[in-house]
Design a protein around this ligand. Sequence first.
Ligand code: C2E
Ligand code: MG
Ligand code: MG
Ligand code: MG
Length: 284
Amino acid sequence: LAKQRGKSRIEAFDVAYDKTLQRRLVIEHDLRGSGKRKELSLAYQPIVDLASGRIVGAEALLRWQHPLLGAISPDEFVQIAEEAGLIGELGAWVIEHTCRELAASYRRGRTLWMSANVSLRELRAPRYADRIAATLRRHGVPPSLLVLEMTESAAAQDIAQLSGVLQTLRALGVRIALDDFGAGYSSLGQLRRLPVDILKIDRELVAEPPRAPALQDAPLVDVIVTLGHRLGLQVIAEGVETAGQREVVESDGCQLCQGFYFAGPLSPGELDRLLQEQPAYAPV
Ligand code: C2E
Ligand code: MG
Ligand code: MG
Ligand code: MG
């Protein structure tokens, strides 16, 4: 009986493994041309300046509506795209469409900036900065309205090359944000090595009190905000979900916030409506 059970457990494992593998292969296969088939879109999540109460920026978040699998999270397909060598194509689609949206917003007289997420593999591709410059120029968008968000991985060895690309982008006027700071691989070390303009505090730090007993009352957000400002960086708190979190983050000195408490990722139309509703000047 035990043997039987063991066997069926292995079969169950095989089936599950098959499904995972199959899904992965389908995703990898279908990612090609997903942009041309109009399955991709960008959702824009507002970034709010607490002092004025106004939306000052928006992060473009990639969405993929697969015809059979439904909506697939970027956390899942971006990694597959990286491993399958498809991230260049995907990233180019993201930059192109972010710049289109930026151009439309800029023509309406807005100074709203937009950020796009880029994978390290994209940044390392030859002539990456040139292509960004060309896309901005083609759309008539001031480079200062574009922010590129990057997350460093543990494997980043070619810091010198990476820094070079970031320097070129910054010389154009494009700003660089270090995403998910304080979680995973993002660390203090990078801040010393990489030229960045903006720090985005990971939502884990915003949402939860530190777990380690030694850190129980350590104001981690406060420390990161102070550090960021000392380095001359702008600091954005990510994942602000409640009024309480907003208050904590604000009292920690963080002026810029992003999170469901303010707004989730929106369609361009929804973002536009919110921007029209907001006061021209909102003294607090
Ligand atoms: P991220 O860049 O850190 O983006 C923030 C993620 O947190 C988004 O998830 C957003 O929807 C979610 N979020 C925003 N506010 C809240 C909140 O208050 N609470 C919670 N729990 N979540 C919140 P999303 O859109 O699923 O994206 C996941 C990740 O996928 C992104 O994390 C980013 O690393 C990656 N990604 C998204 N779009 C792109 C892209 O165009 N290119 C690349 N390379 N990566 C992308
Ligand atoms: Mg991001
Ligand atoms: Mg993030
Ligand atoms: Mg993330």
